[in-house]
Write a protein that binds this ligand. Structure first.
Ligand code: GLN
Length: 476
């Protein structure tokens, strides 16, 4: 089997037995990137073997370009930060480096993580390795496409409203968003701080658990980070005993692709066959969730992105005598359309006249929804749904509000409430991958991985014990 087809666990085993060297592993992935990434365009920057110091037992990985790695550029997919060099390394990456892992490159994203297709990158769109006319999802589209295409065994992404899970579903890989506060946000460029988490893109649930154990290591620079040691692999193979799952009607009523509906019905049958009790429930407030998400994340973004003024951070157009003009020109030239429109909406919602009617109201609904989810997850083990209501659209398609909603509707609830959520491959529809999403109670990752792993090993989508790879030779 080709070296690049191995999971992280398998590579670790091979390295420890000295079947291969770290250099050979790095080179195998690097060559694959060289051969195919001009087609997929998942990377914004790469490090050659000669540019890195490879330690023993090293595994290469990719990092979304909104996560800092000291001495490397972090562009956030924006012209605003085209030449910004990271002054320090994000805690999550540091934890991987302590395990001798080596970053091979930084991946493309929607500008400042705002989007669901990676078309909002100021540099170029990334293509879906299963069909290069289609989007890979977003905003961590570069990381998902890279793992899907076999360019890296795993990658880091960030997830504010689904940006790890949605592209994972579209690219046929596993995408995991931890509980809010499990992984340090130190070194992750903020979009909406009370929603953002760093997450993983991997080729197996076991790898997701393994990498999460590493990146959730201690950090004292993020006050929202909970420092506790948890092991996620030791009971991951256990059977599901007397479990009860919920299906929230508002997360399935909008499925307008019959293929996805059929795939999801198969999931229900499979879990029932495994002895899981499945109960439908309606949470009417869920129909407000997308508006609540939009109001709150744009508000947080308008405050977080205020720092890009062309002085301390960001593109500096030219030295202007009038400070206001300096700010305006830098921001006007540095930010793209999507970011600008979200900053307008956010600033509007936070303004004195609108604060009560929009921001505060949305906060109240957020708390109410969180309460409902927490209460339900006290008596039920998990909430399941398709990760996305539709299949990946074509590159260049108009992003109507309903299109955006269909992309984000099911992923947003986990960020609103801070619970963990994973997307696992759910089989193909029209030759395109789909994803099953599983959510469990906050900080119950052990159970989440156990359920996801049970599904993964019984669903029957493996070929030679691995998720299938797209045939990129077709596109050459
Ligand atoms: N697609 C969502 C948005 O555009 C989520 C983005 C994210 O998770 N960073 O807001």
């Amino acid at each position: 089997m080709e070296l690049w087809k191995n999971t992280v666990e398998e590579l670790m085993m091979m390295l420890s037995r000295a079947d291969v060297t770290s250099e050979e592993v790095y080179q195998a992935y690097y060559e694959r990137i060289n051969r195919y990434d001009e087609l997929i365009r998942s990377f914004l920057s790469l490090q050659k073997l000669t540019e890195v110091k490879i330690k023993p037992n090293s595994i290469p990985f990719a990092v979304k370009d909104n996560i800092l790695v000291k001495g490397r550029r972090t562009t956030c997919g924006s012209k605003m930060l085209w030449n910004y060099v990271s002054p320090f390394t994000a805690t999550a990456v540091e934890h991987l480096q302590k395990k001798n892992m080596t970053m091979i490159g930084k991946t493309n994203l929607d500008e400042f993580s705002m989007g669901s297709t990676t078309e909002n990158s100021s540099y170029f769109p990334t293509k879906n390795p299963w069909d290069i006319k289609r989007v890979p999802g977003g905003s961590s589209g570069g990381s998902a496409a890279a793992v899907s295409a076999g360019f890296v065994p795993f990658a880091l992404g960030s997830d504010t409203g689904g940006s790890v899970r949605q592209p994972a579903a579209f690219c046929g890989v596993v995408g995991f968003k931890p509980s809010y506060g499990l992984v340090s946000r130190n070194g992750l460029v903020a979009f909406a701080s009370s929603f953002d988490q760093i997450g993983t893109l991997t080729r197996s649930v076991r790898d997701a658990a393994l990498i999460t154990e590493i990146i959730s290591g201690d950090c004292h620079k993020d006050s929202t980070k909970k420092n506790f040691k948890k092991r996620y692999l030791h009971q991951i193979e256990n059977k599901l005993d007397n479990m009860k799952f919920l299906i929230i009607e508002e997360m399935v009523s909008g499925i307008y692709n019959s293929g996805i509906r059929k795939r999801f019905n198969d999931v229900i049958d499979l879990f029932k066959w495994l002895g899981v009790q499945i109960v439908p429930v309606s949470i009417p407030l869920f129909s407000e969730i997308y508006s609540v998400y939009t109001i709150l994340t744009t508000a947080e973004a308008s405050s977080n992105l205020a720092r890009y003024d062309g002085l301390k951070y960001g593109l500096k157009v030219k030295n202007e005598k009038v400070l206001e003009k300096q700010y305006r020109d830098s921001r006007d030239n540095g930010f793209g359309e999507e970011v600008k429109s979200r900053l307008f909406i956010g600033t509007f919602n936070l303004s004195y006249k609108n604060f009560q009617d929009y921001y505060l109201k949305a906060m109240k609904i957020r708390n109410k929804i969180t309460e409902e989810i927490n209460t339900l997850l006290k008596s039920f083990d998990a909430i399941i749904s398709p990760t996305v209501l539709s299949i990946p659209g074509e590159i260049g398609e108009t992003q109507t509000i309903s299109r955006k909603e269909s992309y984000d509707n099911n992923t947003v609830p986990a960020n609103i409430s801070g619970v963990p959520a994973i997307s696992v491959p759910m089989g193909m529809v029209n030759n395109l991958p789909t994803g099953l999403q599983i959510m469990t109670a906050r900080f119950s990752e052990e159970k989440l991985f156990q359920i996801a792993r049970t599904y993964e090993k019984t669903a029957g989508f493996f070929e030679d014990g691995h998720y299938p790879y797209p045939h990129m030779e077709w596109f050459r």
